[in-house]
Structures are given as C-alpha cells and as structure tokens.
Design a protein around this ligand. Structure first.
Ligand SMILES: Nc1ncnc2c1ncn2[C@@H]1O[C@H](COP(=O)(O)OP(=O)(O)OP(=O)(O)O)[C@@H](O)[C@H]1O
Ligand SMILES: [Mg+2]
Length: 201
C-alpha cells in the first residue's frame, strides 16, 4: 500500500533520511521509534504529502491518507466546530451523532462546546485523535498520539488503533514508548542515522 525506494531527505546539506526500501501493507500496525531528531516526523510528513523528499520514489495514495501531527493543529473555535468544519470544507457531511459517539468513547463528551484554546494538552491530543478517526482514511499516520495523555486514555487510543487495523487500515505510529509498540504493532522500525532498521517482525 506504501512503497518507498531510495528516499533521501536533506536539511541544510545534512542527510536526515536515507531509506533504500520499504513496503507497508494494509491491515497492519507499524511502529516507528528512534531518538529525538532522528527524522521520524519528517518521514510521516513526507508520507502525508506535507513535505517532499529530495530523492527517491514513493508509491502511496495521498487522498486516502490522514496525518495526526505531533503538534496539534486546530481552527479557532470550539471542539465540535473542529470536528465538523474540516469535513464541511471538503464538501462532506458528518453526522453530529457520530462526532458525539467518538467524544463519548474517549470520555470527553463534556468538552463538546469548550473552546480549543481552553483545553489541556492531553485533551487537545484526544480531540485531535478523534478527528483523525472521523476522517476514516485507509492510511493513518500517527505522530506520538499518546505522548501527552494518561494511561487510561492511552489504552483507549491503542484499542482504537487495533480496531482500525482490523478494519483493514494501514497504521504507522511514532512512539517513544517501546512497550506500546510491542503491544500494538505487527512490525517495529527504528530510524537510526537516517536508515530504517527493522527491529521486530
Ligand atoms: N525545516 C527544517 N529545517 C532544518 N532542519 C530541520 C527542519 N525540520 C526538521 N529539521 C531537523 O531534522 C531532524 C529530524 O527532525 P524530526 O522532526 O523529523 O525528528 P523526530 O525524529 O520526529 O524527533 P522527535 O522525537 O523529537 O519528535 C532534526 O534534527 C531537526 O532539527
Ligand atoms: Mg517528531
């Protein structure tokens, strides 16, 4: 579903990514680990079309890709606006009952009419994850979705990730939590010195 060949990305003549080959399939969870600054977010940004690579070849379906970025991004406004407006802008209608159901699943129903600017860091991360899920895309790229959220909510996010995989989606998740990677993924990759190394099948 995603194929990479000889991908290279440089920043100021520094080689950040140097991936000779990668094949990712539908219906799988792949975890991506690695030190700060290793190039993990850069790779997800390239796979979502936010950034371009400098060399190489990528085969993917950008129309069926959604990125949950490391830094949450929202419109000014409340939670429900942020969970409906992006879909309206794409000319799609999203049922409010679906939005409410997802908020309930993550235990944040009471935040429905809260302004995004008043939310805690973890609450913002949960709203962003809910929005990512509502997009219902086939390729789901998650950049440290549970870095700021509590244990109970992390379990809910992990459950949702496995459910999406069972629906046939391809999930690529960046995490610094190796235990989490072991819990949810089929394959764990590490980025080290720009190279992608398969750590666990
Ligand atoms: N626009 C840019 N210009 C120059 N250097 C950049 C730019 N964006 C990222 N970098 C550098 O590229 C490297 C990879 O950054 P990236 O954000 O992909 O790291 P990461 O693996 O996601 O790290 P973290 O775990 O801290 O999120 C870092 O050293 C970063 O400073
Ligand atoms: Mg990052």
């Amino acid at each position: 579903m995603i194929k990479i060949k000889n991908l290279k990305k440089f920043y100021n003549n520094r080689l950040i990514l140097d991936i000779s080959e990668l094949d990712l399939d539908a219906g799988k969870v792949y975890s991506l680990i690695g030190r700060n600054g290793a190039g993990k977010s850069t790779l997800l940004n390239i796979l979502s079309g936010v950034l371009s690579s400098d060399e190489g070849y990528i085969e993917t379906d950008l129309d069926e890709t959604i990125l949950c970025p490391q830094e949450p991004m929202f419109f000014k406004g409340d939670v429900v606006y942020n969970l409906t407006e992006p879909f309206k802008l794409m000319g799609k209608n999203i049922e409010i009952s679906k939005v409410r159901e997802q908020l309930k699943n993550f235990g944040i129903s009471e935040l429905e009419n809260s302004l995004i600017s008043t939310l805690s860091g973890g609450e913002k991360a949960k709203v962003q994850f809910v929005r990512t899920k509502l997009y219902d895309k086939k390729i789901v790229l998650l950049d440290e979705p549970t870095a700021s959220i509590d244990k109970k909510s992390t379990a809910l996010v992990e459950e949702a990730i496995v459910k999406m995989k069972n629906e046939g989606k391809l999930i690529l998740i960046i995490t610094h939590n190796y235990e989490q990677a072991l819990r949810i993924s089929d394959t764990i990759f590490e980025i080290d010195d720009g190279k992608l190394i398969r750590r666990r099948i």
